[in-house]
Write a protein that binds this ligand. Structure first.
Ligand SMILES: [Zn+2]
Ligand SMILES: [Zn+2]
Length: 134
């Protein structure tokens, strides 16, 4: 008789990665696939690092592209790093726009570069980084 033990198992679905698995625990602590402790909470808001667009995703997986700018690297700050530092002209334009009162988002739009680059440039070129103006 294996049915007795089978009936104690429940099927859980990870809201983060979509993994389904069986467990005899009432509430598993972690998803076995993505190791998330928050597997039973819906995904949070996503924010695109490239264009600053934020959206709520209904999909179970992390979206591949930003729905607005269609960037595939919308959540990947590392690819930014490996592409090298922004050139001097970009640094100067970002610094000038920021000192003239523009926020991070509008500079991103204006110069068509990634938001992570803009933030990095501002951080390395201004003393007042505490209240970074978005
Ligand atoms: Zn998962
Ligand atoms: Zn985007």
């Amino acid at each position: 008789m294996t049915e007795g033990t089978e009936s104690l198992r429940k099927t859980y679905t990870c809201l983060r990665c979509g993994k389904q698995w069986n467990s005899h625990m009432d509430t598993p602590r972690r998803c076995p696939a993505c190791s998330s402790y928050f597997w039973n909470e819906p995904p949070r808001d996503f924010v695109c690092l490239k264009c600053g667009h934020s959206w709520k995703a209904r999909v179970l997986e992390v979206p591949n592209i930003c729905p607005k700018c269609k960037s595939t690297g919308w959540n990947d700050a590392r690819s930014e790093m490996s592409s090298g530092n922004p050139d001097q002209e970009t640094v100067e334009r970002v610094s000038k726009l920021y000192k003239d009162g523009a926020g991070v988002v509008s500079i991103t739009m204006e110069l068509k570069i990634s938001m992570s680059s803009v933030i990095r440039i501002i951080r390395s070129n201004t003393d007042n980084v505490v209240g970074l103006r978005m």
